[in-house]
Structures are given as C-alpha cells and as structure tokens.
Design a protein around this ligand. Structure first.
Ligand code: C2O
Length: 534
C-alpha cells in the first residue's frame, strides 16, 4: 500500500453559470473540486489550507476512519473547524475499502461548492467483479444557486421559513444549455462505439434527490456507496444526496449524440427545484448536430420508479455466503425522523421549522464532541439519547397536537463491538418527507424497508439477512421506515444525520459514542498535533 499526498488550498474563485458570475469557495480553484485517487489500503494525507474568510472542515464521506475519527471532518463533531489562515492535515487509511466515495465541506452550507470525488481502486492486480471497463468517468450531480448559499440559509434561519430552492441542477458543474443564456455548454462525454464505460455517479446536491438517465442507453448498476452489488439493468437510477452509484454503460450505437439528464425526485408536497440538468454523450466522429433526446423525464413524484430501483439493490452475497449481518442484537433502536415546529418570537409566523430525531432537535456544541469524549471534558454533551421515540405519530391516526421538539446535545453510547438494529421511521409531523440518513464511521446493512408504521412483531420476519445492500447513506421513504444493522467496531464519536442539508441545519442529526474496546487495536488513536483549536 502507498502513502499519497494531496494539497487542498481553499480559495475563492469567480464562476459563471445561468448567465451570471459570482465568487464561490473552491478547492484549488476547481468546481467540482479535484478527484482524489488511491487504492484499497493506501494511506492518504491531505493538507487543507484555509485562505478564505469562512471556517472550513472537510469530510471524507464513506471513509470508515477506523480509530482515526480525528480525520472524519464534521465541524464540532470530530474537530474544531480550520480557521482562516490555518491548516490541517487529514491523515487516514482506506482499510478494506474500494469504490467511489467523495469528499465535501462539513460546515454551514459550504458543501454547495466544496465537493469532489474520492476514487479508491482495488488493490494492484485485483480485478473488478465485472468485465473490465474500457474507460472510467466521474459524474458529479449537484445544484447551483444564483445567490450566495450562506445568505440563502442565514435568511431562512432568521425567518424560520424554508430556504429558497436552488436555481439549477448540474452535471459535473454545468446545468447544460439554459434558455436565454448564450455560450453555456453542458458537460460532454466523448465515447467510442462498442466500449464499456464505468460511470462513478455522486449526488453532491445539498437538498435534492435526483433521477439520472441517458437517452438510448441502459445502465448496469454494479456498486453503491463503495460496495459492490449484484449487477442489474435499469434505464433510470435514483440517487440521494450523499450516495454514490457506479454503473456500466455500453456504447451500443455507432454514432450520434444522446442526452444525459439529472432531474429531481421528491414525493412530498413541498417545493423543489424543477430544473433538469443536461449533458451529452457524444460518439466520437459524429459531426451531425441531431441530438437524441429522452422520451420522458421522470415526474418529480415518481415514487414507484424510485422504490423499484431501491428494491433491486442486493449485495454480492448468497445463501451459501451470507452477508456478515449481525444476527444477535444488543441495541434494538427505533428513531423517528421528522420535521416539527417550535415557537420563535423573532420569526415570521412566530414559529420556526425545526427537524428532529426522537423529538430531539440536536444543538451543535462549542467544541468538538470527539475532544470532549477523549479528554473527558464535562458539560459538552450528555449520553442519554433516547432509544425510542417519546411521541410516536401513527400514520393511520391523528397528528400529535404538540409538535414542539426539545433541544439537546444528546448522544447514544455503544460498547465496543456491540450490535445495533436501528429502525428509522419517518413521522412527518408537518408533512411526510423522505430523508437520506448518513452514518459516519460505518457501513450498515439495509435489512428492510416499508410503508406506514414499522411493525416490530411482523416486519423483522421479512428482513433480508442474506444479501442486503451495504451502504453509508440510506433513504427513509416518505411516511415509511428503513431498518439497518451494524456492529459498533469503530471507537469514536460518529455523526448521523439527514443528508438533505436543510434538514441537518434544522436539527435532524445526532451522534453515537463508541467506547474503546479492551484489545490492543480497539482504541481511538490520540489526536494529531495540528488538530484545529476552537
Ligand atoms: Cu456526507 Cu455528515 O456527511
């Protein structure tokens, strides 16, 4: 295994999209940011130098960070942010991981423009479990705001109302041709006929789940969240913020140009950015300007399409070689995830939208939780996060009258190597809405999902304990539930939150503490000497 060094300069750069130019925060002046390449088991050192006026921190989304929680990145969870003029070296090893992951800022809404791919190739000489592609391509889906995203969120927090939606979606940084905007080409992927391409698709958008499809071509899904899946064919993929999906694309035509589209998926009756980002697949040597368009863009509320896609995801395991799903459960947890309303004297309507897990709106601490845990600093958090909801909203019943949530910096404590079953239940106290929930520090098995209320006697009987998909970010369907299982084999403090940035901002987040084990390699390592101070 190699040690790879990268330098990330956080700098402001002007960018022009949708006919207007604005300064954006970037890494090394690039949007999307630079791709990090490594192989399984390599060690990566990334020196992040902050040259902007904002505090910054970078998260390596999906990297397990075994015993190196100090390099995980979420501000005030595992580190204090890197202040203007300061630097921090993220130092971690990609133990047993290969596939497509990504990195992004993990503070305020800087993720809007601070994100990029993290491509981990298999160990030298180890093949993919599918035919070797002729070429590989990173495809980053995101959103674009004409205004400054920090202003968008600050305005929303002041008013207590929902923030504006984005003004466009993007594919590798570009919305594609926009009416009334001259000379704005979209991303163009040049291909040769008769080849196979591995597309590493990442949803880096702040607030939008997306559909992705290519006119005239089928896609074969082979991996999600850097874990291989049983291959399956589809003409549309659905991908939530935080998730990654690898697909094989075979160029079965001899010539032509084909439209590539990323459009929103949202089955709740709330505002979304309805714009479709476009790119083109361009067979080389094709001079004609005819573009084969899509026969249809999925409507925003195509729940069935999304469900069918999600239900098709299976790990490579089989009855004979079942996945390593924990079978004996130490912590049987039920977390409701929802949006609520709290009083706010200074807000429009005298109330503000908040979000919660088990009725707790998470309050960010002033120093990092991991430091408080490691140095035993009192008064930063409590470890009494409830394992079950205090108010359970039954979908077939009436909405609870008290929608207020309680503020708190409460964590849930797990012994080293204990096993967890966590059922995430959407309660939708205001309105049901899907939530892509991301757990730091672990991959988990998605053993079940369903509509309506989780039934603790009937539903577990139907769990898939043989070949469940293994991932780090999973959708909790609108008005439904998802069940995951994992083993707490990584000591540290691990954030769990909705990857729709607005929901995280509103408080849909919590953290697990995993205590050290007694064995020689079962403790959190000490912090690096350049760990930023608050
Ligand atoms: Cu990709 Cu805590 O985030």
């Amino acid at each position: 295994a190699l040690v790879r060094h990268y330098k990330f300069n956080v700098v402001v750069k002007n960018a022009t999209r949708l006919c207007s130019t604005k300064p954006i925060v970037t890494i090394n002046g690039k949007f999307p940011g630079p791709t990090i390449y490594a192989r399984e088991d390599d060690t990566v050192l990334i020196k992040v130098v902050n040259h902007v006026k904002y505090n910054v921190s970078i998260h390596w989304h999906g990297v397990r960070q075994l015993r190196t929680g100090w390099a995980d990145g979420p501000a005030y969870i595992t580190q204090c942010p890197i202040q203007p003029g300061q630097a921090y070296v993220y130092n971690f090893t990609l133990t047993g991981q290969r596939g497509t992951l990504w990195w992004h800022a993990h503070i305020l809404w800087l993720r809007a423009t601070l994100h990029g791919a993290l491509v981990i190739l298999p160990k030298l000489g180890v093949p993919y479990p599918f035919p070797k592609p002729n070429m590989e391509q990173v495809v980053i889906l995101s959103e674009w705001w004409k205004s400054d995203t920090e202003a968008v969120i600050n305005e929303a927090l002041k008013s207590g109302l929902a923030p504006n939606v984005s003004d466009a979606h993007t594919i590798n940084g570009h919305p594609g041709p926009v009416q009334g905007c001259k000379s704005q080409e979209g991303f163009k992927l040049d291909v040769q006929p008769g080849n196979t391409y591995l597309l590493r698709i990442i949803n880096a958008a702040l607030n939008e789940e997306l559909f992705f499809k290519i006119a005239g071509h089928e896609l074969t899904v082979v991996e999600v969240d850097a874990v291989y899946t049983k291959p399956f064919k589809t003409d549309t993929i659905v991908i939530a913020p935080g998730q990654t999906t690898n697909v094989l694309l075979t160029t079965k035509h001899s010539a032509g140009k084909y439209l590539v589209a990323a459009s929103p998926f949202m089955d709740a009756p709330i505002a979304v950015d309805n714009n479709t980002a476009t790119a083109t697949l361009h067979y080389s040597g094709t001079l004609s300007s005819t573009l084969t368009t899509l026969t249809s863009i999925p409507p925003t509320n195509s729940t069935l399409l999304a469900t069918t896609f999600t239900d098709s995801l299976r790990s490579l395991n089989s009855k004979k070689y079942p996945a390593r799903v924990p079978l004996k459960i130490d912590h049987n947890l039920l977390f409701t995830v929802s949006l609520g309303i709290n009083p706010c004297a200074t807000c429009v309507n005298n109330s503000r939208v908040v979000a919660d897990i088990n009725n707790i709106t998470f309050v960010m601490p002033k120093i990092s939780l991991l430091q408080a845990h490691f140095f035993k600093i009192k008064g930063v958090f409590t470890d009494d996060f409830p394992g079950n909801p205090p108010v359970f909203y039954n979908f077939t019943g009436t909405q609870p009258s008290n929608l207020n949530t309680k503020n708190g910096t409460r964590l849930y404590r797990l012994a080293y190597n204990s096993t967890v079953q966590l059922v995430l239940q959407d309660t939708g106290m205001i309105t049901p809405e899907n939530h892509p929930i991301h757990l730091h520090g672990f991959n988990f098995f998605v053993v079940g999902r369903g509509q309506g209320n989780f039934n603790p006697t009937k539903d577990p009987k139907k769990f898939n304990l043989v070949d469940p998909v293994e991932r780090n970010t999973v959708g909790v369907p609108s008005g439904g539930w998802t069940a995951i299982r994992f083993r707490a084999d990584n000591p540290g403090v691990w954030f769990m939150h909705c990857h729709l940035e607005i929901h995280t901002t509103w408080g849909l987040k919590m953290a697990f503490i995993v205590d050290n084990g007694k064995g020689p390699n079962e403790s959190l390592l000490p912090p690096p000497s350049d760990l930023p101070k608050c």
